[in-house]
Every structure is written in structure tokens, then in C-alpha cells.
Ligand binder design. Structure first.
Ligand code: GLA
Length: 380
């Protein structure tokens, strides 16, 4: 990938890049919509990444291109970047990082040429946007001769997503891309936040079924869930839902409107499932881990209502296979991908059969990806 990126950079800009950075996508392992509620979550960085190459320019221009597109976005360096629309809207991720740098006492880079390349599908719930932010941040810092602790890089990328892109996400995506480690999960205590690696049992395998479906209102629905959770916390008299417990939410059932009750129950149960999953992982008990993962999906289906018929179908098909420990939607929901954690015996043939059954029912084939854990964001 690195050689391909260098060749593409030369073809586009007529010279070699000065800095290359790579940041992986992630799977949300368990802990759905817990991050912005101050809870805990487990994610895994995968062996698919966004790559960024940059070289300095001395004419005061920021020029950004993506391998996937012909358009070049050119802006005057030094000014706070303006938000882009249309074909250039993908640049809001690197531009959001530039806009965030001064807020973290870091300098925006001077003029540059920038090229992004990816082997991580976008729109699949695998956090290609966070990966683009992380790779951009590392490249810009290196280009401008600055260093920052990894926590700062993660928080500045989250800031870019919240403030510039305008998605009220939590720290999961940027945290896992930033702190991932091969053969490990990343445990995040989102209040702090604090990041810790948790060893992944060697026999776990990941399969991703990308439905290529996305609810038309996905950003609005995510923001709506965020609001509902904040309302639920307020009604429960706690700062964030992580401050409530499954028992305290159950006790408040009649005081909460049904929607807020369901959202709160999902979040507190998910936080409990994260703790239980860490214990099961430490014991190497993948069967128990898998049950918690599938239970998380069922809770998305019935309580958080962020699943879809397509995602439910895949989970039902996968959970029926004896080689599958567990399966669940991964990420925000409302479309995107299902992740299955399986034993090494789960085969391509079985994956193809699931995809075939899905195609029969929904008229289109999901993309099947075999994913492995991989290292977090780094200069290359
Ligand atoms: C998206 C967001 C994350 C997290 C998940 C749901 O991936 O970007 O911050 O909230 O949804 O757990």
C-alpha cells in the first residue's frame, strides 16, 4: 500500500511525499452507544487503514486530493479552513483536524499537498472517517515538526468530528484507531478518557458483513439517540447514564417516558456487558464473550432501536452457526455492518452461504470481509 501511495502521490503532484501516516478502521466489539454516555467500551483496530501522504508547499496553499476522486480541493493556508460541501466534503476530516490544532495549542501546518488512499470501506460502520482524521493529524504534526501525546491526538480528532464535521460522537472510533494494538482489543473508559489494551484470545476470528445500507437520516438518528440519552440521564437525576446502574434504571421505570427508559436500559446493560466481556476474555471463554455480543445486538434491536431488518437477518443467520461465538451490529447502527466473532473453523463457504441467503431476501449481496486485529495509527 505504501508503494502504491507514493506512486499515486508522484502521479498527482509530480514529486515524492515527505511524510506518510496510516490509521486503521475499527470494529466496535461491545459497548454500543456507551461512549458519549460516559461509559466503557471495547473496540478492535483492524488490518485495513486509511493512508495519507503529504509534502510541504511554499506558495501558501493547502491542496487535498483523494485516490478515490479526481477533484482537488485547494484552500489558502493559514486561515481557519471553511467547511466543504459536495464532492470535496470528504476533506472536512483533514480540515477539521487543522481547525482543531490551535485549540490544543498546536500549530496548523503551512502549505502542503495531501493525498489520501484507503483499503477500508467507507460507510460500513468501520470508522473510515476517524481513520482519516488520525492519519491526517499524525501527518500534519510531523510535517510541522510538532509532537503531541497520543491522548491529545485522539482528542483533537474527536474535536474535529464533533465541532467541524458536526457529529456528536464519543471517543470510541478515534480512541481505537489511535490506541489499537495487534492481537488486542482496546478498552476505553470514556470518562477521562483512559485507554488500555486487553489481549484477544488467539483463536478469535472476525468476519464483517457490510450491507451497504445506510438509513437516509443516519446522522439525524445518531443525534436523536444522543439527545434521548441526555434526557434520560436528566430525568434519572445523574450527569450521564454511566452514573446510573441497571438496578436504578429498572427502579425508575415508571418515572421515565418509555423511549427514554429503553435507551437508558440499553446503555446501562451495555456497560455491564463490557465488564462481563473483559472478565470472559481474561478467562479465554469465547463462548461467553459471544453470548454477550449477541445479547448486545438483541438490545439494539429492542431497546435502542438502532438496528435494521438487514442487520437482524445477518445476526440471525450467523448466530445459528456453531462456529460463530456471537454476532452484532458494529458501530452507530441504522445500517452499516454486522461483525461476527468465530472460531477458526468458520469457513469462506459458510460466509458465502450467509451472503447468498441475504441476497435472496434483500436483492443485493453484502460485502464479506475477513478482518484481523492490527496496530493503531502510526507514521510509516
Ligand atoms: C459511532 C460513533 C461512536 C459510538 C458508536 C456507537 O461509531 O462514532 O462514537 O457512539 O457509533 O457505539
Amino acid at each position: 500500500m505504501k508503494d502504491k501511495l507514493i506512486a499515486a502521490f508522484r502521479a498527482r503532484f509530480g514529486r515524492s511525499p515527505a511524510v506518510i501516516a496510516r490509521a486503521p478502521g475499527r470494529l466496535e466489539f461491545v459497548g454500543n452507544h456507551t461512549d458519549y454516555n460516559g461509559g466503557t467500551v471495547l473496540g478492535v483496530s483492524i488490518d485495513r487503514s486509511v493512508w495519507v501522504a503529504v509534502a510541504p508547499r511554499d506558495d501558501g496553499q493547502w491542496r487535498l486530493a483523494s485516490e478515490a476522486q479526481a477533484t482537488l480541493v485547494t484552500l489558502p493556508a493559514g486561515n481557519p479552513p471553511a467547511k466543504q460541501t459536495g464532492a470535496g466534503s470528504w476533506t472536512n476530516y483533514p480540515l477539521g483536524v487543522i481547525a482543531a490544532l490551535p485549540k490544543f495549542n498546536l500549530r496548523p501546518p503551512a502549505g502542503f499537498d495531501f493525498l489520501a488512499m484507503s483499503d477500508l470501506p467507507s460507510g460500513a460502520g468501520l470508522s473510515s472517517s476517524a481513520a482519516l482524521e488520525l492519519a491526517s493529524a499524525l501527518a500534519f504534526l510531523e510535517l510541522s515538526g510538532q509532537q503531541a501525546p497520543r491522548e491529545t491526538v485522539v482528542m483533537l480528532c474527536k474535536h474535529a468530528e464533533n465541532q467541524f464535521v458536526g457529529v456528536p460522537c464519543g471517543v470510541l472510533d478515534q480512541g481505537v484507531s489511535g490506541f489499537g494494538r495487534e492481537n488486542h482489543l482496546v478498552f476505553i473508559d470514556c470518562r477521562g478518557p483512559k485507554f488500555a489494551p486487553v489481549p484477544l484470545p488467539a483463536s478469535a476470528r472476525f468476519w464483517v458483513f457490510n450491507t451497504h445500507t445506510k438509513h437516509a437520516l443516519v446522522d439525524g438518528l445518531y443525534a436523536a439517540r444522543h439527545r434521548e440519552c441526555m434526557t434520560a440521564a436528566k430525568l434519572l437525576g445523574v450527569p450521564l447514564l454511566a452514573d446510573a446502574s441497571p438496578a436504578s434504571v429498572a427502579a425508575a421505570r415508571t418515572q421515565l417516558p418509555p423511549v427514554e427508559f429503553r435507551r437508558a436500559q440499553h446503555v446501562v446493560d451495555e456497560i455491564a456487558r463490557v465488564d462481563a466481556t473483559v472478565i470472559a476474555l481474561r478467562a479465554g471463554d469465547l463462548a461467553a464473550v459471544g453470548k454477550l455480543l449477541t445479547a448486545s445486538h438483541r438490545s439494539s434491536q429492542t431497546l435502542f432501536e438502532n438496528s435494521t431488518a438487514e442487520l437482524d437477518f445477518l445476526v440471525d443467520q450467523l448466530a445459528a452457526a456453531p462456529q460463530v461465538f456471537g454476532a452484532r451490529l458494529t458501530g452507530g447502527g441504522f445500517g452499516g455492518a454486522v461483525m461476527a466473532v468465530t472460531s477458526p473453523d468458520f469457513s469462506e463457504t459458510q460466509a458465502a452461504a450467509v451472503a447468498e441467503a441475504y441476497a435472496k431476501k434483500f436483492g443485493s449481496r453484502p460485502e464479506v470481509l475477513r478482518a484481523q486485529s492490527g496496530d493503531g495509527a502510526a507514521l510509516q
